[in-house]
Design a protein around this ligand. Structure first.
Ligand SMILES: Cc1cc2nc3c(=O)[nH]c(=O)nc-3n(C[C@H](O)[C@H](O)[C@H](O)COP(=O)(O)O)c2cc1C
Ligand code: SF4
Length: 523
């Protein structure tokens, strides 16, 4: 009998030796004459346990991790390849049933339901785990009812702005029939974020299905996935899955034998943070340098090649198959206030249990960082948490009661963004972090508007003076004034939101901006 093992093909697992481990496991099995089949699944998201090896016995997958090559011989001697002994192996790397590990078991996985479970490119496996039920129901409903269903679910854009997805779709659907497009924003530029990458590598069919449903809903026949250039594994997985879906008739001139046509292409990003901004992304997709476009016109009216275009983040589109398959209410039942459904939260930075944690909106920041994330990896006290990427605010421990919900974060001058949480311990210098925000903006600015292009450089220079103790009071006023100008005068959120990390660092960590020995301007 063939013994089934699972080792992730996720880039994070590969980075810590998953490929090598597969080679060594294969060699060990061959040497013993044991028949094994190693399935390269996506990651379950417990990144500190990668490479995670799972061995399936009677439908239960027993986890071992993080497995290093040196662990293989003792694990095999203890019974890794012996179905009768796998469940009772006593070894420091033995974790018991993988789906019972509390970090995994406590999640509500709607979007990531299959990630880490299935073989990402195996269509029958996808179908066996509820795949394409969303499309099936969508086809039975028709375009208007699909849009209504997505609207009722309360789904808001997961790329950062939190705009209601159903309203965006309705706007495109309401434009006169013509060539329309679905564009998936897979640029994933925010620091500490990796959920888009994980789902594209670990369950690409869910994104393909979501985009197909979006196409049918708004009358678009063509979709593009704009994927950041660093994501080579994701691009490969998507291309493989698209070929499989097309061969199965799930993409092409008659999607699943319906009258609807829809097809997809993956395009590699240009490597600029600003190309994640939707209008700069469109320029880049059109082969131009990524520059932010003034709105109106909205992309929904005049988007890619001047045609009505839905632009959605990977996670927004990947949430759609569940919403259609299970119904809007099943999704809306999760969450709090106007933040409905679940959010795949990414725990990163100096954190003990870093990884992906999908849960309903509403947990407090403290629960996420301390209980789920286990505090810092360094073991030192948490000093600050940046939420929402490089344009997100720094939260001190005093604000750890903030609920993970769009409005609760906005009420505290923060943003959820793409739900990346980056943890810093007490060695972090928040003045340096504030300077970094300006510097990042200066490097990544598209240069179209003055507050962002000039303000970011002046901001970094002024913070240098503050950190050197030059005229601290007056220079603090200049930074505050600059932030005000950038917030109100920038064309897009790159310049407009850079004040969040800067001002939150100043407000919550004022001591870091007091130099040891203040100097006067003349010194
Ligand atoms: C500077 C900047 C960078 C952005 N980067 C991304 C990104 O990498 N991925 C993303 O989905 N949205 C990004 N956005 C947000 C997009 O402009 C847009 O709101 C999003 O793609 C819409 O999709 P959604 O409604 O599904 O969130 C960025 C915005 C700005 C201003
Ligand atoms: S805010 Fe910055 S990135 Fe955005 S349009 Fe202006 S210059 Fe370009």
């Amino acid at each position: 009998m063939t013994l089934r093992l699972f080792v992730s093909r996720d880039a994070a697992a590969i980075a810590v030796g998953a490929h090598r481990l597969v080679r060594e496991l294969t060699r060990a099995a061959e040497a013993l004459g044991v028949d094994i089949d190693i399935i390269r699944n996506g990651s379950r998201g417990m990144l500190w346990l990668e490479p995670l090896v799972e061995v399936e016995v009677a439908g239960v997958r027993y986890g071992f991790g993080p497995v290093e090559p040196g662990d293989i011989a003792p694990l095999v001697a203890a019974g890794l390849f012996d179905p009768a002994r796998v469940a009772v192996i006593a070894h420091p790397k033995a974790l018991g049933p993988a789906d019972k590990i509390p970090y995994f078991a406590r999640q509500t996985r709607l979007t990531f339901a299959r990630c880490g479970i299935t073989d990402p490119i195996d269509l029958p496996d996808y179908l066996a785990h509820g795949g394409y039920l969303g499309l099936q129901r969508a086809l039975s409903l028709g375009p208007d009812a699909i849009v209504a269903e997505v609207t009722r679910s309360g789904l808001r854009g997961r790329g950062g702005a939190g705009f209601p997805t159903g309203i965006k779709w309705k706007t495109v659907a309401s434009t006169p029939p013509q060539q329309k497009y679905i564009v998936c924003n897979a640029d994933e530029g925010d620091s500490g974020t990796f959920a888009d990458r994980m789902i594209m590598e670990g369950d690409p069919f869910v994104l393909i299905e979501g985009m197909t449903i979006a196409g049918i809903a708004v009358g678009a026949t063509k979709g593009y996935i704009y994927c950041r250039s660093e994501y080579l594994h994701a691009i490969a997985a998507l291309n493989e899955a698209i070929d499989v879906a097309r061969a199965a008739g799930l993409l092409g001139p008659r999607v699943a034998a319906s009258p609807y046509a829809f097809d997809l292409e993956v395009r590699m990003g240009a490597g600029a943070y600003v190309c994640g901004e939707e209008t700069a992304l469109l320029d880049s997709l059109e082969g131009k340098r990524g520059m932010v476009r003034a709105k109106p016109p909205l992309p929904a009216h005049k988007g890619l090649f001047g045609r009505p275009t839905v632009i959605n983040n990977v996670l927004s589109l990947a949430a759609v198959p569940f919403i259609l398959a299970e119904g809007a209410q099943a999704y809306a039942d999760y969450g709090v206030g106007r933040s409905r459904g679940t959010m795949p939260i990414q725990l990163a930075g100096n954190i003990r249990y870093g990884g992906l944690y999908e849960t309903a909106f509403g947990l407090s920041l403290g629960e996420l960082v301390d209980e789920i994330g286990g505090g810092t990896a360094s073991g030192r006290p948490v000093k600050a948490v940046q939420v929402g990427g490089p344009l997100g605010a720094y939260f001190p421990r005093a604000l750890f009661d903030t609920a993970f919900d769009y409005e609760a974060f906005a009420a505290r001058d923060g943003l959820i963004g793409h739900a990346g949480i980056v943890v810093f311990d007490d060695t972090a210098d928040m003045a340096k972090q504030a300077r970094f925000a300006f510097e990042f903006c200066a490097i990544e600015s598209c240069g179209k508007c003055t507050p962002c292009r000039i303000g970011s450089t002046r901001g970094a220079e002024t913070l240098d003076k503050i950190m050197a103790g030059v005229d601290v009071g007056a220079n603090m006023e200049i930074v505050t004034d600059l932030c005000h100008t950038m917030k109100l005068g920038s064309l897009c959120a790159l310049g407009g939101f850079t004040p969040y990390p800067v001002m939150s660092a100043i407000t919550h960590f004022p001591d870091d901006f007091v130099p040891a020995r203040p100097l006067m301007a003349a010194e």
